[in-house]
Ligand binder design. Structure first.
Ligand code: GDP
Ligand code: GDP
Length: 438
């Protein structure tokens, strides 16, 4: 079954232009006035081995009372219902509008994976002008230019990532990852209990009691979107009846134990505080443990544009070593941005269990060295010959060759980037080891 992507957004933001890009067809008519593409358009698209279906919706008017707008709203809802992933298009130049807010509200309630895309971003300084869009409570904003074809490949990768997890290459076998053990970590007061209670209060998340659960040991199995999760004992939390309660004493040992036991750590950061020393320490433990990680910046509702900039900068500088993790801006209390967390958590677990065959790894390695060869060190030029997988959870790649001790850190990072991209390893640490022959 091909995954379905739905393009949603108010008129004139560039949906039909994007549709054309994604389907490389000329089905949709692009013109410079609002509301021209009124019909739902379906198209086929392909990126690499991955095929998908795109639906272009008319302009979205959630509150339209009558006439064609009402019909458009109905069609849009239908398109969205049929989609696996919603691409919500906003106008990076026109800025945020009331309509964008209405659509965002609708999409948040829907709880489907949703990618917030700021179109017409060609030639814009990165980040700066997009900050406002975080207000929509849908997390990360992805700048693209549909007209100039910028950012489109990454957008498709991102949209398909949670859907095509098992098959980055034909040769690879899908791994049945079983139950995903999840630890929600973070220092006191970041909102761990609020988030967990919000989750457990949702009807779609079926929590059930497991016999033998003691009062101290928290372990809540639940199902979400057909996948089994287990919320494991998390530092500083205690289960009291049906809800979780924060306990005053924060225990590093408990945090470490939780990290060791789980598959994926959801690390919460308090947006009102930025990244503190304690956050950076916990993040360091997670990295050392080799566990997969998803970052969530909580209390996004409580900070203004200026504070948002500060938080984003503190993450860039203090948590730079977690660049491999996906990041979400959320509000546990207002239930904003929570839906996409699940896809990222699942993705992170699957990435950790990724199987990489020797032929594919070796081909990627040789392609990488052909693209850019490692630097000579005096008499020696490192020769990278083949690669194989040395472990899972986290994935380890072992590279064999000669004079590999001269491979620079920068070159290892370059290789890491290529492997990560090819195997879709977002969320998991990746270890690369060099083994020189003699
Ligand atoms: P729709 O109503 O959302 O389907 O929007 P259209 O695809 O019809 O585009 C509306 C207008 O925006 C057209 O004039 C497009 O040429 C223009 N447009 C679309 N994408 C881009 C882009 O990436 N950059 C700029 N500058 N204009 C764009
Ligand atoms: P824990 O110690 O990590 O479990 O944190 P709690 O869940 O007990 O939350 C600590 C405080 O932050 C409480 O007063 C919550 O109401 C508040 N809080 C939690 N999530 C949010 C949020 O998304 N936005 C805002 N503004 N406050 C929040």
């Amino acid at each position: 079954m091909k995954p379905v992507l739905a393009l949603v957004g108010r008129p004139n933001v560039g949906k039909s232009t994007l549709f054309n890009r994604l389907t490389k067809s000329r089905d949709a008519i692009v013109a410079d006035f609002a509301g021209l593409t009124r019909d739902r358009h379906y198209g086929n698209g392909r990126q690499g081995k991955h095929e998908y279906i795109v639906i272009d919706t008319g302009g979205f008017e959630p509150d339209a009372e009558s006439g064609i707008y009402k019909e458009m709203a109905k069609q849009t809802r239908q398109a969205v219902a049929e989609a696996d992933v919603v691409i919500f298009v906003v106008d990076a130049r026109g800025g945020l509008s009331a309509q964008d807010h209405d659509i965002a509200k609708y999409l948040r309630r829907l709880g489907k994976p949703c990618i917030l895309t700021a179109n017409k971003a060609e030639g814009m300084k990165e980040g700066h002008q997009l900050v406002d869009f975080y207000e929509l409570g849908l997390g990360e904003v992805y700048p693209i230019s549909a007209a100039h074809g910028q950012g489109i490949r990454d957008l498709v990768d991102l949209a398909l990532a949670p859907l095509n997890l098992a098959a980055p290459e034909d040769e690879e076998e899908g791994v049945d990852i079983g139950v995903t053990k999840l630890a929600v970590a973070g220092r006191p007061n970041v909102g761990k209990s609020t988030l967990i209670n919000t989750w457990l209060g949702e009807e779609r998340l079926v929590a059930f009691d497991m016999p033998g659960t003691t009062r101290d040991a928290i372990s809540v199995p639940f199902e979400r979107n057909g996948h089994k999760f287990e919320l494991i004992d998390t530092a500083g939390l205690r289960r009291k009846g049906k809800v979780f309660e924060a306990i005053e004493k924060f225990s590093v040992v408990k945090t470490l134990q939780a990290i060791e036991t789980c598959h994926v750590v959801l690390l919460l950061i308090d947006a009102t505080q930025g990244v503190t020393d304690q956050d950076a320490h916990i993040a360091g433990y997670i990295l050392e443990s080799g566990r997969s990680v998803v970052l969530a910046i909580n209390k996004w509702d409580a900070v203004d544009a200026y504070q948002r900039q500060l938080v984003m900068r503190s993450i860039e500088t203090r948590l730079a070593f977690l660049k491999f993790a996906s990041m979400h801006y959320i509000s546990a209390i207002k239930r904003q941005g929570l839906g996409p967390l699940w896809a990222s958590i699942l993705q992170a677990h699957q990435a950790a269990m990724c199987k990489m065959s020797t032929p594919v790894l070796t081909r990627l390695l040789l392609e990488a060295t052909a693209f850019q060869s490692p630097q000579r060190a005096g008499m020696f030029r490192p020769k990278l010959r083949y690669a194989h997988q040395g472990g899972m959870n986290p994935p380890v790649i072992i590279i064999h060759g000669n004079s590999l001790e001269h491979v620079t850190e920068a070159y290892k990072r370059f290789l890491e980037g290529r492997f990560r991209k090819a195997f879709n390893l977002t969320g998991t640490p990746l270890r690369i080891q060099m083994k020189s022959a003699a």
